[in-house]
Design a protein around this ligand. Sequence first.
Ligand code: PLP
Length: 375
Amino acid sequence: MPKTRPSPSAAAVRELFLLDRAVTHLNHGAFGACPRPVFEAYQSWQRELERSPSLMFDVRLHGHLAHVRSVLGAYVGADADDLALLLNATVALNAVFRSLRLSAGDEVLTTEHEYGAVLNALDSVAARTGARVVRAAGSTADEIWAGATERTKALVVSHVSSPTALLMPIERLCRLARAAGVLSIIDGAHGPGQLAVDLTAMGADIYVGNCHKWLCAPKAAAFLHARRDVQSALVPPAVGWGFGETRYEPSQDWRSARDPSGYLAIPAAIAFVEVNGRHAECRAILRRARTVMTEAGFAPFADEQPIQLAYFHVPDCDPAAVTARLREEFAIDAPVRVWKSRPMVRVSVAPYNTLQDVHRLADAMSTIFASARRS
Ligand SMILES: Cc1ncc(COP(=O)(O)O)c(C=O)c1O
């Protein structure tokens, strides 16, 4: 993420988002948010499509999407020909898991830190094939790789984990997997737009990235990057006109009627985040948030990391009820979740956030838990 000029202020960036001003938004990691210039690009593609659907689908779309893949490829350090555009991480990972040639007794190694829907997708493939999903404990490369055996066929790890907000040691894990002949699959839902992603250097066999989270693209916009030698094994989410194509990207595109405008707005999203991403500032806010939250009695779950989201411990509670109170009584959007019996609140720091937002959360949480102690 090269930086060529000083970052705009959070207040100036906030003006560019469509977010409800009455709400303190600290949940960017869940669904992202699309700023006005990117949303306008998206709507303008929708209008262009509706002006002449056949011209768009039959003549122009292919070239437009090739341009998107080339801009995206430059941004994530990949060859455009190795990128397929897909709706979201869930769809892309389902397609990848269903493409795995697994037999009874084979193992897929993953971690305790994966996203629930992704674990469900893995479990459903395991139930159908008789393979076993091994959830390694721990978050270091050695702890995770300790779960590998001679039956391990694939490794599935998040770039940044959803239930714990950890930057996972994926480069080392990809190297270990490659040396052992295990297919490495990285769930990069939280990667692009939050971290500098260089897919060529990373060396994963498969990397799925969401553009609609930290890259601020419209929903739904994601990509599936695959190394050349594994591409032909990937079955697309739906088989349609792309069937029989030998080139990777066309083979993944079922090309039936759909709205491609989210994909077409990805270059606008990249341009927006390159100017307004405020990555260093967001990390600095999260660093100071650790002190603010700790002083309010909510200790961080993990050591400081170079990312834009973190969890903080909260006392035992009904997480859904606390999330609802934050939303309804305090107009704060921040999820309280439980991971391995630990209730925690997640703070995402996006370019429109300030430390003041975190102070509001800390004050609200203090009030909620003080009243819980009294009752
Ligand atoms: C780590 C991780 N993987 C996958 C997903 C699913 O992303 P999507 O809803 O775009 O399919 C999420 C969503 O939050 C996530 O955090």
